[in-house]
Ligand binder design. Sequence first.
Ligand code: SAH
Length: 539
Amino acid sequence: MPAARERRRQPQGQDFVREPERDDPAAHREDVGVVVLARQPRRVEIVAERRADAGDFVRGDLLALPAAAEHDAAIGAALGDRAPDADADERIVHRRLAVRAVIVDAVAERRQRLLEMFLEREAGMVGADRNPHGGIVLYARSAVRTPSVVISSRGEERLHDGHPWIYRADVADVRAQAGDVVLVRGPRARALGHALYSDRSQIALRMLAYTAAPGQDRGDVQLDADALIRRRIDAAVAFRDSLAIEATAYRLVHGEADLLPSLIVDRYGEYLVVQALSQGMDRRLPAIVVALSERLQPRGILARNDPRARTLEGLEQRVEVLAGEVPERVAVTEVGIEYDVDLRRGQKTGLFLDQRENRAAAAQYARGRLLDCFSYNGGFALVLGRRCRETIAIDVSEDAVARVRENAARNGIAVEARVGNVFDELRGLERLGERFDTIVLDPPAFAKNKAAVENARAGYKEINLRALKLLAPGGTLVTCSCSYHISEAAFAEIVYDAALDAQAHVTVVEKRMQGRDHPVLLGVPETYYLKCFILRKLQ
Ligand code: SAH
């Protein structure tokens, strides 16, 4: 049995395709893995691989052995029994060698077939030579391995807690390109699952599949990400079908909460709007479009890839038609109201679909004089306005106010829509001694990040205080926050403070959140962003 000893023999010059690699021994050590194949009649045996992570070449069939090779009987036996080529053994044996014989059916002379088999499609083989004993030695660059990322133990803990994001600070080693589906390994090389990798965002990994999930999505096999995404899209769509949503516009795929991190798909009648908010999802858009087209046969699919979040990923902000045709305006209905939606330029993907059920719930209490603050194109004003004597809608955007007027006319509902800053308008109305029976506060997210939380609290308190003062006794305040940095408890406290300052006794009639088509994934607080309280001011 040949002694299994380490000898750092570099592959020979002519083995390499590229000059610079030849001249840089460090690069060889880093980038070159060696697979030694011993030839037997009509088949090939891998007898050894260099590098602890060489298992990636043969998709995990190798055994990682932490012990020094020369002290390990298992390695010795494998090499001695199976390798007819002592010289080859010497070339590849490494202290932290992963070795296990794997027998494959292949014809040794057909180098191309070997490449396809071992090195996958993007084979980065840099050389091969035949040794005098009939074996073949392949030198392959590490770039051909399944892309992988090693995370820290803190990152692993996060995964165990059910959070699908790993931040850059918890990434220990990256062998992947931007947007790759990567095999995620823990600090002791254990496969944890597969994720989308971003080389730019602070969120370096977004988990797609967990090794621990019984029976499927094993981390040590290649993941067919497109097939997985298709299955998840099918499940997400089937769930929405089961909800019997009272609208022709609603969310079909809600990112993390549908286990499709950073992917949004909204339906607007016969059209779909998608957002891919990470490098990985962006790369998969063509397959996503095929999956959506087959499942739903939309007349058109629009990419609203203009959220600022894409710049954090180094992705372009772009709005484009991905399939079929998408008209300038699309008519949809929601809780009995018809809207004309501009899918290309409207906020979010066109409408605030997440408020549908809150509008319907709030309508049950609406009466008398209604004030809809931050009205956008009139969602609350129209649904609640049907039951009210008089409706005033305020938004700072002239465009939004024009839409409220159009939508009001279209639905035959009287709405006085005003352009104005709600903070000023509420004070103005208070000065005039106005009273309302129903008030809606649905502001944009005041706290876009943690640093903004204190100011955001002050902003929320101010508008709630003013609204409670304007509210007639017995009246209803529908108050919302879509900042996920302000928790439900924090929001309740703000509203309580406002009630104290307004010297009003207030009851909480309903605590609500975003609609059922935007579900919350437990363990992922970021998916619980919209809070909506329906409050009653007592006599
Ligand atoms: N209530 C709407 C959605 C509101 S989105 C619906 O149900 O569809 C928030 C809106 O607030 C946007 O239309 C934005 O133009 C408006 N806005 C932001 N700051 C404002 C301010 N200070 N005063 C009035 N409107 C404001």
